[in-house]
Design a protein around this ligand. Structure first.
Ligand code: ATP
Length: 429
């Protein structure tokens, strides 16, 4: 049992506490109805820090600090907290601030999954008309499942590693209609780093330790979230599968199974499917499906694998700039709020040409995006005819081709294709 003194101290410590943070551009609203805001995202993406940002914004809007409260349930002083302990903690809080008992308070509960029956406590607070923000990720319960556990009493908000705009902001480079030669050179240098090393907050904050940080994030995800949690014994197969995702442009369960078999790893197809699902659940891997009505055909075509951050690709050994660029575009689409396989798919024309991203809005394809590092003689015909074909079949006029550094407008066969350098596209979003 956690003593009243311990809770009292934790509350006092919180009131004295402050933290410096880089402000994120993640739109959110605290639910006005009796629902908790559940912050979810991959490991080390900045979920806790985003809670801190919400807290700070409340204070800026005139809420007294003692009307808010943050507890990290993985704080060593409160390990083993039970539901009863949490109720005791409420008593201690209200005994210190009796006037708050009649007000609306803001509770921020981090690593909430460590307490058994935590959802009962959250529902109790919500029933009392309190505002609740929760987050967590551990081998015991993935952040995605927290939303499920609340059974309709949670609204989830996704936090991913930094977007390019957020990185620029952290370096005091604000989006502007024009940049000086110096600024443009600086933006391109940062973009090159972002292309290779991604946007995990700790990587941005300590670039010299990027390799170690990324390795640690992969280990946390693989060992804590997947191996420990599911009691996986074939760790080698899981790690090889993760690497395969990084290197493949197309994959399916059978193909992954055959690839593994080809290098002497014998695991069943069901195991392969399970491992892929675990990686997907931990929000590091996204299988992008083809835009097609028939579910059977969708299965047949398999998926295009993407990872949540380019740093993971590099850490796993990917060096191909084309692959890095395409993955980066995917991650920015994610960060802009698009849900893969609901708002974004890849597209295959009737004659088998591929367009990387088809963006849907209100059931129609609003934009078709092709990504290629450099448009040149050898790929021009393929890239352009895929976009033109998709445009005709999908009746979509907004055609975009993202490259590393080329810019022009191509008019062909009655269609107009905008060719845009990556940095301009990222800043225009
Ligand atoms: N907005 C930010 N400003 C400054 N530093 C940040 C920010 N977001 C994250 N960080 C840095 O990254 C680290 C990891 O962030 P945080 O703890 O918020 O991630 P998390 O998603 O909650 O991680 P976990 O999944 O392991 O619980 C922090 O300790 C901090 O150093």
């Amino acid at each position: 049992m956690i003593s009243k003194e311990t809770w009292g101290k934790i509350i006092r410590d919180y009131l004295e506490w402050d933290v410096e943070l880089i402000e994120r551009d993640i739109p959110y609203t605290l639910p006005r109805v009796q629902r908790a805001l559940v912050i979810i995202g991959p490991r080390r993406a900045g979920k806790t820090y985003f809670m801190f940002q919400i807290l700070k914004e409340l204070l800026k809007h005139g809420i007294e600090k003692n009307e808010t409260l943050y507890i990290n349930l993985e704080d060593p002083r409160v390990i083993g907290t039970t539901l009863e302990d949490l109720l005791n903690f409420l008593d201690v809080y209200y005994s210190q601030f009796p006037e708050n008992a009649k007000k609306r308070n803001y509770f921020f509960l981090d690593e909430v999954q460590t307490v058994e029956n935590w959802e009962k406590f959250v529902r109790y607070l919500l029933d009392k008309n309190q505002r609740v923000v929760i987050s967590g990720s551990s081998s015991r319960l993935l952040s995605k499942e927290i939303a499920t556990e609340l059974r309709g009493r949670g609204i989830s908000l996704k936090v991913y590693p930094f977007s390019f705009k957020e990185i620029l902001k952290s370096r005091n480079l604000k989006p502007a209609p024009f940049y000086s030669t110096y600024e443009e050179a600086k933006i391109k240098k940062l973009l090159r780093e972002y292309l290779v090393w991604g946007g995990y907050p700790e990587v941005i904050l300590d670039f010299s330790l990027r390799r170690e940080i990324l390795r640690e994030i992969i280990d946390l995800t693989i060992y804590k979230d997947i191996v420990e949690r599911w009691g996986i014994i074939n760790i080698k197969a899981l790690k090889l599968l993760f690497r395969m995702l990084a290197f493949s442009t197309h994959l399916s369960i059978s193909k992954a199974y055959k690839n593994l078999k080809g290098i002497g790893i014998n695991v069943g197809k069901t195991t392969v499917a399970n491992y892929l699902e675990f990686l997907e659940d931990s929000l590091v891997f996204y299988p992008l499906r083809v835009l097609i009505k028939s579910y059977k055909l969708q299965e047949l075509y398999g998926f295009k694998p993407y990872l949540v951050d380019n740093g993971l690709l590099t850490s796993l050994g990917v060096q191909d700039e084309g692959r890095l660029l395409e993955n980066l575009v995917f991650t920015e689409l994610l960060k802009s709020g698009l849900e893969p396989n609901r708002d974004v798919f890849y597209y295959r024309t009737r004659d088998g040409k591929e367009v990387d991203f088809a963006i849907l809005e209100k059931g129609r394809v609003k934009q078709a995006i092709q990504v290629t590092y450099e448009l040149n003689e050898s790929n021009y015909e393929r890239e352009i005819s895929a976009l033109v074909g998709a445009s005709k079949e999908l009746n979509c006029r907004d055609l975009l081709l993202i490259t590393w550094d080329q810019e022009e407008t191509i008019k062909t066969k009655g269609k107009e294709i905008k060719v845009m350098p990556l940095w301009k596209w990222l800043l225009s979003k």
